[in-house]
Write a protein that binds this ligand. Structure first.
Ligand SMILES: Nc1ncnc2c1ncn2[C@@H]1O[C@H](COP(=O)(O)OP(=O)(O)OP(=O)(O)O)[C@@H](O)[C@H]1O
Length: 249
């Protein structure tokens, strides 16, 4: 399998605060990685560096052979990001938002409308396609931001807490979209506090604490979710916000 993400010696400081400490990460094409860890461990910071949103203090990231320092826009064409920030425009309709982002990525006009309709259907928003996003609920905005992240057919999808704001039906629609991406061998990197869901969806599990990777395993290698949670508790003693962890005490 080809390596699609290669990060070497990544460190990040905000002033005197060292948030990431010499992180190395290699990810093969098509793999889905879940990153867990307590609040402040550095998960979002790592995701932002890998997805070119912020730059590291030290270290290099190569995305599909592209050095993101030398060619950030080339790397961005390969990347989709779902984060706390929806990047949507309230005054535009759902369809207009997707059109805007498709054009930003330079997509061909004749393919664009077909792709937009396909995505609106996948995230179950086809009936609200021509309504202004300002009138949408949080969950609907989250679903549209999933479509926005996928409009240019990225080969890597970065997700920071993608379940935030999704009700049960929306979470299922989201997981269906993720399964569809498997068919296209899209690589996924997900930061999550939801161990149950992430373990079911991902093939590699990583735990971060205090800016370091303290655990890295394939999902196949773990015996059970309970065993993984015990590992988590022993490695990360102070965390109380991962679902189910507190029940193990
Ligand atoms: N722009 C910034 N300026 C200063 N400090 C920052 C900045 N961004 C993040 N930090 C700090 O870096 C540390 C790691 O933050 P980060 O958001 O990466 O953690 P996290 O593991 O994603 O946590 P959470 O689970 O709460 O989302 C925190 O102490 C945070 O306050």
């Amino acid at each position: 399998m080809d390596t699609i993400i290669s990060a070497r010696g990544i460190s990040k400081s905000f002033g005197k605060h060292k948030v990431l400490r010499n992180i190395d990460l290699e990810l093969k094409k098509g793999v889905s990685l879940a990153i867990f860890g307590p609040n402040g461990a550095g998960k979002t910071t790592l995701l932002k560096i890998l997805s070119t949103i912020i730059t590291p203090t030290q270290g290099d990231v190569i995305i599909n052979g592209i050095d993101i320092k030398k060619n950030p826009s080339g790397a961005r064409e390969l990347i989709g990001v779902i984060s706390h920030e929806s990047y949507l425009y309230d005054e535009l309709t759902a369809r207009e938002n997707l059109r805007f982002f498709s054009k930003m990525y330079g997509m061909e006009k004749d393919l664009l409308e077909e792709r937009i309709n396909e995505l609106l259907e996948q995230v179950d928003l086809q009936k609200r396609a021509d309504d202004r996003v300002g009138s949408f609920s949080r969950g609907m905005k989250q679903r549209l931001s999933i479509a926005r992240a996928l409009v240019h057919r990225p080969v890597i999808l970065f997700m920071d807490e993608p379940y935030t704001g999704l009700d049960q039906r929306s979470a299922e629609a989201f997981e269906n979209v993720l399964r569809m991406l498997d068919k296209d061998n899209v690589t996924k990197v997900m930061v999550s506090h939801n161990i149950e869901r992430a373990v079911q969806l991902c093939d590699r599990l990583m735990i971060m604490d205090s800016g370091e990777i303290v655990y890295d395993s394939t999902t196949e290698q773990i015996e059970s979710i309970d065993e993984f949670k015990k590992n988590y508790s022993s490695l990360v003693c102070t965390d109380t916000d991962v679902e189910g962890i507190t029940n193990l005490q």
